[in-house]
Design a protein around this ligand. Sequence first.
Ligand SMILES: NC(=O)c1ccc[n+]([C@@H]2O[C@H](COP(=O)([O-])OP(=O)(O)OC[C@H]3O[C@@H](n4cnc5c(N)ncnc54)[C@H](OP(=O)(O)O)[C@@H]3O)[C@@H](O)[C@H]2O)c1
Length: 261
Amino acid sequence: MKNILITGASRGIGRAIAKEFAHGDCNLFVNSLHGGEKLTGCVDELTAIRRGNAGTGCIVPLKGDVGDPRFVREMFAEIKRHTNSFDGAPKTAAEAPARIDILINNAGISYVGLLQDMTDEKWDRIVATNLSSVHYCCREAIPGMLAAGDGRIINISSVWGSVGASCEVAYSATKGGVNAYTKALARELAPSHISVNAIACGCIDTDMNRIFSDDERNALCEEIPAGRFAEPEEVAKLVRAIAEQSDYLTGQIVTLDGGWM
Ligand SMILES: NC(=O)c1ccc[n+]([C@@H]2O[C@H](COP(=O)([O-])OP(=O)(O)OC[C@H]3O[C@@H](n4cnc5c(N)ncnc54)[C@H](OP(=O)(O)O)[C@@H]3O)[C@@H](O)[C@H]2O)c1
């Protein structure tokens, strides 16, 4: 049974991804920063999907900040308690790495404002959440993938990572970093049959875009050839499709933006 970790799964794109995988048999590990009712609600929804399909596998909520390397180590220690060791792994539980087969680095925040007004704290926060988190989670997941001789890493990025957005300089820089990290790590892990890809999202209808007024939203829709924001479920379907591809698909930044960029 596959073990799947989705960061930032309490709502938005992450939750849609978790729901997509809940339709099959797998152990699902769902993380969010604040936990609480949103993460509990996510687990309840995933459990209901499971019951409906008579599917199997555990659903484990993991509350904490993936921008904090100490939390990420603890999170993988917790994952290890729920997953079986695998053939060829060291015999003692202490030595065996946690086994995640599919890692989806989705947690992210935005910052909208002029760059010169951004405090050091806000800069550090967005870099930790959007970029360092990807590194911390990959670093913990790779040993188990190497031991298994297989693995899929999918990073949720943004079109701003390649194009750059005015008033979202820090956000664009973190997503550009995610894209470069994806391509470099893909080269490093391809000989080990572990694929690393990213999805560069355009406008997806989630809380992250609630900052826009109706007029701003309509103006954006006019710019997008598809004429609308995408639903989080459309990202989730693409994540699943990439996860099901052979490891030969690697190092790609797949754009999902309705023809926008
Ligand atoms: N929406 C878009 O148009 C769009 C476009 C391009 C790229 N993206 C990317 O897609 C990803 C998901 O975005 P979304 O629109 O679904 O956002 P969202 O609705 O705001 O949800 C963000 C999720 O990330 C979690 N999170 C935030 N900081 C975290 C941290 N430090 N540690 C753990 N979890 C954390 C949140 O947890 P809590 O609920 O506990 O706060 C929540 O589950 C992000 O990486 C974003 O940059 C989104």
